[in-house]
Design a protein around this ligand. Sequence first.
Ligand code: C2E
Ligand code: CA
Ligand code: CA
Length: 628
Amino acid sequence: MLNIEVQCCGLSILLVILYFSSTREHAGLTSTRAYQRALMMNTICVVLDILSIFGIVYSGRVFPFWVTVFVCKLYLISLVWACFMSFSYAVSDIGRTSRNPLIRFFFPFLACAASGGILVSPLEIFSEGRVVYSYGPAVNVTFVVGPLFILGTVLITFVYGKYMNPHRKQAVRVWMLIQIAAVGAQFLNRSLLLVGFSTSLGMIILFMELENPVNEIDRVAGVFGSQVLHEFIRQLYEEEKHFSGFILCTSDNWNMERDEEHELMVEIAGMLKEVTGAKVFRSTGNDFTVVYDEPGERAERDAEKLEERLSRRLTKEAGLRFVFVVVPDNRVAHTPEEVTVMYHHLRTGLFSQEKRIFVVDEKAAARLRNSKLIHQAVQEALEEDRVEVFYQPIYSISEQRFVSAEALARIRNRDGSLMMPDQFIPVAEEMGHIGDLGTRVFEKVCELYRNREAELPGIRYIEVNLSVSQCEDRGLPEKYREIMEKAEISPSKLNLEITESSSIQRRNVILDNMNRMKEYGSSFSLDDFGSGASNLNYIMDMPVDIVKFDRVLVREYFVNEKAKFVMDSAIDMIRKMKLKIVAEGIEEEEQLKTMAELGVDYIQGYYFSKPLPEEEFLRFLKEHGNAG
Ligand code: C2E
Ligand code: CA
Ligand code: CA
């Protein structure tokens, strides 16, 4: 009876794993590829092990001696390479850049040198009953190199353990332990041929723990799961491969039954696979990521196609919004970490925009980076109370003194410099911070009144800006009323500046909010009139008390005939409606005179003063003898 039962058991296990591992779809992670190479090599090794036993037992009878020696040597070489592949599997987790030259060059060299050594060294065979083995210098080479690899593999799990997936680290250690035990047993008892079997045990442990391709698949959507995505992207960067892709972002609340949600998820995943033929992953939440293996325009084209299909499909799912973020070339993000950061940053503001397809090219990426920094700065300024309010005095032509001021936000940077609103307001608006920022400014204005009203002689009210999203917030009137009550100031001291909103549906909410605030006693200004978006209808619909002519319109008045007509007739109409007019951006005396002649009520601009910090503003009022 040949001593090959244990090897045959091992071989059958290996063949089964080989079948399942190679017939299932997988994302092509480095570790998976390394595992498959190790699996293949170990299978070859066990086959050669069995063949060499045949060779030794039947040497001289069925096979000539040199054939036996050749097969035995092939077996020894395959054993060295199987050890090397196992070692490579263990290091597959460690980033290329962090690998040292010993790993990158020494071990491959060792495997090559050992193979050469085995080929040229003499080898003898021994066979007596179940005791079958080869010996001699060629075998000794293997006995030295094999344990070196095992030792190296174990060392790797200690030295580079922090880079390794903890499961992989543990599984590799257990596997090596089994391997050492098998080699030891075989060394002590030559008839125990256990090494081939212990290898297959190691392979099955890894398969069950980490390398079963089914584990990569998301249970609901049937595409690759999010943990695979992270590893995959990291790997592409590591291998310096360039790629493109897109992310299908869906709004967070799908508002549907679980079953329905799953069904839709499967359907969307199916569409993505069908349209793109690329790798589809489910990323966080209900988002999907599609990765193409080269940069190019295909991602955008496919996203457009899908956008059409999805719009048709999702018409009935009210409230479910989706946006495609297309990345034509991954090089816009320098590291995989930056990909994640950009994605999260972008996603926060994504659904407040009308656009359905958002292309992240170099320019967009640069904007994104900048906006991320500003977003952070705003957040920190809010936390550390570095939001300041500057006041720009507003002059009444008829009373010839300052009757109000506009409150304008500034951020004091840590180094003491100022960040201006045109930098941070658009970002805050996009990222949903503007409400907090606006509220902070409003609170500070209320505090000023509460603490220093005596130093505001002649100031009837202060104008505070409201962003569009604040106007649409149903909780705003209540919140602002509470702030005013706490500061014990009359709502009539505050005038809120609104800008025109294009959305008709939201108009009703805004109108509702305005009416409630007016009931409390606050008044409203329509800001930026004449800057493009505004039209006269808006003034008629909205209960505003003041119209503020935009700086651009004022400037145009002096150079453009048409602007002159627009302004003349607008002034005529607004006065007939008994509303007041502020002209903004007045810088020169001539402008002031003309505005006065036209019948403008109030003047705001550098001609009188730039926006001033609180103390300077109070001093300004004092110096200008502002009391009525
Ligand atoms: P805005 O509401 O139209 O504010 C008037 C802007 O015109 C201010 O710019 C002011 O400094 C500037 N300005 C005033 N007079 C002159 C002038 O004679 N010449 C020139 N060249 N400019 C003049 P600022 O303070 O940089 O604010 C820019 C914009 O940021 C504001 O435009 C407003 O839309 C927004 N903003 C500022 N503070 C807040 C806030 O607390 N909340 C909200 N939602 N937006 C704010
Ligand atoms: Ca304003
Ligand atoms: Ca304005």
